[in-house]
Design a protein around this ligand. Structure first.
Ligand code: NDP
Length: 478
């Protein structure tokens, strides 16, 4: 009997995914450009299931039943293109090629169009959960033709994480939809981590020990903030460095790395014209952390409060930080889901946002209790934005006094909270009956004759600012 699925790429993600498939009863063909890697995986894990290792790509392809289901897990970018190119002459009509790497969705759109033209299916599948997720059950976001999902979906669903017995894998939409949703997942992950970082800095500013901070996050993880990232924050804060005997986090260089998905999320949002200031601030926070020259120069020149916060009621302020963290998190999820809705309009994807929330409940890095509420709110009715959902709006209303207090105290104490304040600014902008954009329009008309519309009359107008100051009906040429 031929293999029913194949995996190309035996680095950490591909090998763990192949093992997950084999453990779930699939007959898994495996291949890696460098054969030694395949051999090592089989030597160590071959007993876990039915693997069909191949040293040559042609043998790998020949070992698969048709339509072939081939999952590529190689280095994103040139690695993916090179792998696809070497596969093409070996495929037959109707074969399904899956890219499970972190591809940029525009690359996925390009590859999908090319392979569709050749009679193959190309599926861009976002896979989240890191290496443990790949092995034990990731969240999977596949995009491509609906037809390909019929052949592929059951296999992916069988290896995905499960929540309440339901797989954390669902068909997202055509071409780049899956990778777009995975990209936004990562953008939200950036914001989540930035908010957690700000909460940590605030706890530090209050004078908590790392043990107390770890206990605080562990306690928060019992309530509305219950999530994977809050859970592991507690563990990281508790970790003692054997060399110094102090907290590990205090000897880690405070320069955050990134691989690009957060930046892509913001770039795409800029192009779509949808506000994701929480995610943008998170990307910029990593950027400033990784700008040693700027920081050195500024540290020498700039003065301000020392970054400590003194409050009368510490327990109360701790709870206010918790509420600010929750409210900010809600705004980041809302902004990410808004971006998905905007992209669906732009690219013609029929994305069910509630289903996206559903498959993020398990397996992925941003898995959180909040996602169940988001899922049920989207299931209950059509939403333009998550912020209007009844339980969400009520929750934010409850949290907002605490949220404002935390931002105000942080600003006073010189503790940077770009994420919390961006989220709060979004909340206040989104609910404002009038925005300062009216003045912006006035200024644009003044210096560039860009015209404006009026609240009380149809039409487009312009003031002759430099001559008689009269308002005139603008013509199309303006
Ligand atoms: P890497 O990104 O480190 O890539 C290594 C693999 O790519 C090896 O199998 C390597 O083959 C192959 N490769 C690299 N260049 C080429 C090429 N030009 N032609 C053919 N094969 C090539 O592996 P990971 O397992 O870390 O990640 C795989 C994919 O999964 C990436 O797209 C990554 O972004 C994504 N991902 C990773 C996560 C993680 O936690 N690591 C989480 C979610 C997604 P060889 O052995 O011959 O060099």
């Amino acid at each position: 009997q031929l293999a029913n699925v194949g995996v190309i790429g035996m680095a950490v993600m591909g090998s763990n995914l192949a093992r997950n498939l084999a453990r779930n009863g699939h007959r898994v063909a495996v291949y890696n450009r460098t054969t030694a890697k395949t051999d090592a995986v089989i030597a160590e894990h071959g007993h876990e299931g039915d693997f069909r290792p191949a040293a040559e790509l042609a043998d790998f392809v020949a070992s698969l039943e048709r339509p072939r289901r081939i999952i590529i897990m190689v280095k994103a970018g040139a690695g993916t293109d090179a792998t696809i190119d070497s596969l093409l002459p070996l495929l037959d009509e109707g074969d399904i090629v899956v890219d499970g790497g972190n591809a940029f969705f525009e690359d996925t759109r390009r590859r999908e169009e090319k392979l569709r033209g050749l009679g193959f299916h190309f599926v861009g599948a976002g896979i989240s959960g890191g290496e443990v997720g790949a092995l034990e059950g990731p969240s999977i976001m596949p995009g491509g033709s609906a037809e390909s999902y019929e052949a592929l979906g059951p296999i992916l669903e069988s290896i995905s994480a499960k929540v309440d017995g339901e797989p954390c894998c669902t068909y997202i939409g055509t071409d780049g939809a899956g990778h777009f949703v995975k990209m936004v997942h990562n953008g939200i992950e950036y914001a989540d981590m930035q908010f957690i970082g700000e909460a940590y800095e605030l706890l530090k500013a209050l004078g908590l020990s790392h043990e107390e901070m770890a206990d605080t996050f562990a306690a928060w993880n019992e309530g509305d903030l219950d999530s994977y990232l809050i859970e592991i924050t507690s563990e990281v804060l508790r970790k003692v460095d054997p060399a110094t005997g102090g907290p590990l986090v205090e000897v880690i260089v405070d320069a955050a790395g990134m691989k690009g998905t957060g930046t892509w999320t913001v770039q795409s949002a800029l192009e779509l014209g949808t506000p994701v200031n929480t995610i943008a601030e998170s990307v910029f926070a990593r950027a400033i952390s990784s700008s040693p020259e700027l920081r050195r120069a500024a540290q020498a020149a700039l003065h301000g409060p020392a970054g400590t916060i003194g409050v009368e009621d510490r327990a109360r302020f701790l709870d206010q930080i918790r509420q600010a963290l929750w409210a900010s998190k809600v705004v980041a999820y809302a902004q990410g889901l808004d971006e998905i809705r905007m992209a669906a309009d732009e690219y013609g994807w029929d994305i069910n946002v509630g289903e996206v929330a559903k498959i993020w409940r398990g397996g992925c890095i941003i898995r959180a209790k909040l996602l169940e509420r988001i899922r049920s709110e989207y299931a209950a009715g059509q939403l333009t934005t998550l912020l209007e959902a009844p339980s969400v709006a009520a929750g934010l209303a409850d949290a907002q006094d605490a949220w404002r207090t935390v931002v105000a105290e942080a600003v006073r104490g010189g503790v940077p909270v770009p994420g919390f304040s961006a989220a709060l600014a979004h909340y206040d902008q989104a609910r404002a009956p009038r925005l300062n954009a009216a003045l912006t329009q006035g200024l644009r008309d003044y210096f560039g004759a860009h015209t404006y519309r009026r609240v009380d009359r149809e039409g487009t107008f312009h003031v002759n600012w430099s001559t008689d100051g009269a308002e005139v009906e603008a013509t199309d040429s303006h």
